[in-house]
Design a protein around this ligand. Structure first.
Ligand code: S3P
Ligand code: PEP
Length: 431
C-alpha cells in the first residue's frame, strides 16, 4: 500500500529524462540475440518486464551483461539459440511472450512458457494461429498460457491481421526471418513499427519493406550486432505530460523522448484538447526523438476518439480518459475493445477506480463516455492498481488533483514499466 500525500498547492516544474522505451528495450535484446556479434545498447529500460526478456535469452545461452549501464549482448545469429533447460517464466510481460513465440516457432527445440496470474488470462491464440500456419506446433491451455512451442521449419505466409496488434505483427515478422520465402502481412491499421525499423538497422540488407497497409519480410536475411540508443519512453513521459497539463502553474521539459509517428497519439490528443505542448530539438533518427515542453492550461476541450486513432495511443487510453474527465464537456472513446485484454480489463478498472474519485465515467463495451468536470470530489480514498502498472501511475497522476491523502493498493506493479516513477514525479513537484 502506498500513501499518495495530498497535493498542497504543488506544481510540476523543471526538466526530466524519462527511462528508455519498453517496447524498444524488449526488441533490442531479442534482435541483438539473433544477430551476429556484439551489440551495445544504451538507455535500456531496467524494469521487471524488460528484465524478463533478458533472463529468457540468457536461459537460451546468450551472454548479456550490464557494463556501466550499457547492455552488451553477444549475439549468436539466427540459429545460435540453445534449448532452455527449464520452462521460461514470462512474468507479467505480454510483449516478451508474444514476440519471443515468433522466434521460438522456428527453433529446432521445444520450449515451455508460463506467466503470472494476469498474463495467464491474456489471449495467446492471436499468435498461436498464425505461427501454427507457418509450421510450428503450439499447444496452449484453452488459448492461454502455459504454452508449449515445438519449433519447426517455417513456411512463408500471406496473413491478414484480424486485430490491430503490434505484438502479433512482430511475432509473425520474427518467425518470417526463418521462412522459406517472403512473408506478407496485411493490416488495415498501422501499429507501432519498432520491429520493422530495428530489423532494417540490424539487417545486412533491407529485411522489411513497408507500405501503408502491408509489410513484406525477406527471409534468410542476416543480422549483424549494432550500437543502439533507446529513446525515452513516450508512454512513460505521457504521465508527466498529462500531470503538467492539469496541475495549475506547471511547466516542464521532457528530454529525448521517442516520437515515432506510430506512438504519438497522446500528443495529437493533447493538442486537439487545447493543451500547451511543443517539440524542441527534433532529430529524425532511426527512432525519432524530441524534447517535449508542456505548460498547464485552464481549459481543456472534450475529445472524440474512434477506432482508427486507437493503436497510436493504446497504452495511454487510461490517461486520456483522465484528461477527458477534466475537460469542459462530454468526451467519447470508441473502438478500444483491446483494452479488455491488457494487464487488467482496463475498461473496467479505469471506470471503477475513476468513480472512486467522483469522476463521471461510463464503461462502454468498446471504450468510455466521460462527462468532464472542473473539480472532482473524492468518494473513496482507497484506490487500487489491481496489479496493473499503467492504472497505478494514472491514479497517482489523478491524486495530484486532491488535497486529501489517497491510498494506492498494489502500487508495486509500477515497476513493471517504470521503477523510478515516484522518484521522477517527486523531482518535478515543486511548492
Ligand atoms: O508491441 C509492443 O511492444 C506493444 C504493443 C501493444 O500491445 P498489442 O500489440 O497487444 O496492442 C501495447 O499495448 C504493449 O504495451 C506493447
Ligand atoms: C500492455 C502492456 O504491456 P504488455 O502487453 O507487454 O504486457 C503495457 O505496457 O501497457
Amino acid at each position: 500500500m502506498k500513501q499518495l500525500i495530498g497535493n498542497q498547492n504543488k506544481r510540476l516544474n523543471g526538466s526530466l529524462s524519462v527511462p528508455g522505451d519498453k517496447s524498444i528495450s524488449h526488441r533490442s535484446i531479442m534482435i541483438a540475440a539473433i544477430s551476429e556479434g556484439k551489440s551495445i545498447i544504451h538507455n535500456f529500460l531496467f524494469s521487471d518486464d524488460c528484465l524478463t526478456t533478458i533472463k529468457t535469452f540468457q536461459q537460451m545461452g546468450i551472454a548479456i551483461n550490464n557494463l556501466d549501464n550499457k547492455i552488451i549482448v553477444h549475439g549468436k545469429g539466427l540459429h545460435g539459440l540453445k534449448a532452455p533447460k527449464n520452462s521460461l517464466n514470462m512474468g507479467n510481460s505480454g510483449t516478451t511472450t508474444r514476440l519471443l513465440s515468433g522466434i521460438l516457432a522456428a527453433q529446432s527445440f521445444t520450449s515451455e512458457l508460463f506467466g503470472d496470474n494476469s498474463l495467464s488470462k491474456r489471449p495467446m491464440q492471436r499468435i498461436s494461429i498464425p505461427l501454427s500456419q507457418m509450421g510450428a506446433q503450439i499447444d496452449t491451455c484453452n488459448g492461454h498460457l502455459p504454452m508449449t512451442i515445438k519449433g519447426n521449419k517455417i513456411s512463408a505466409i500471406d496473413y491478414d491481421l484480424p486485430i490491430a496488434s503490434a505484438q502479433v505483427k512482430s511475432a509473425i515478422i520474427l518467425a518470417a526471418l526463418y521462412a522459406n520465402g517472403d512473408t506478407i502481412i496485411h493490416g488495415q491499421q498501422t501499429t507501432r513499427d519498432h520491429t520493422e525499423r530495428m530489423l532494417n538497422q540490424f539487417g545486412k540488407r533491407k529485411v522489411v519493406e513497408r507500405n501503408e497497409n502491408q509489410v513484406i519480410v525477406h527471409a534468410d536475411s542476416q543480422l549483424k550486432g549494432q550500437t543502439f540508443i533507446i529513446p525515452g519512453d513516450i508512454s512513460s513521459a505521457a504521465f508527466f505530460m498529462v500531470a503538467a497539463t492539469i496541475v495549475p502553474n506547471s511547466h516542464i521539459i521532457l528530454k529525448s523522448v521517442g516520437v515515432n509517428p506510430t506512438r504519438i497519439g497522446i500528443i495529437k490528443v493533447l493538442k486537439a484538447m487545447n493543451a500547451d505542448i511543443t517539440f524542441h530539438n527534433f532529430q529524425d533518427n532511426e527512432e525519432p526523438i524530441a524534447d517535449i515542453e508542456v505548460k498547464s492550461v485552464k481549459h481543456l476541450k472534450p475529445i472524440h476518439i474512434g477506432k482508427s486513432d486507437i493503436p497510436s495511443m493504446i497504452d495511454e487510453l487510461p490517461l486520456i480518459a483522465l484528461l477527458a474527465a477534466k475537460s469542459d464537456g462530454i468526451s467519447t472513446i470508441h473502438g478500444a475493445e483491446e483494452l479488455h485484454f491488457k494487464e487488467t480489463d482496463r475498461i473496467e478498472t479505469v471506470a471503477n477506480e475513476f468513480q472512486k474519485l467522483g469522476i463521471s465515467i461510463k464503461a462502454l463495451s468498446d471504450g468510455f463516455l466521460i462527462d468532464g468536470q472542473s473539480q472532482w470530489h473524492l468518494v473513496d480514498k482507497n484506490l487500487n492498481s489491481h496489479d496493473d502498472h499503467r492504472i497505478g501511475m494514472t491514479l497517482a497522476v489523478a491524486s495530484l488533483m486532491f488535497k486529501e491523502t489517497i491510498n494506492l493498493a498494489h502500487a508495486d506493479a509500477i515497476k513493471i514499466s517504470y521503477p523510478t516513477f515516484f522518484k521522477d514525479l517527486e523531482q518535478l513537484l515543486r511548492s
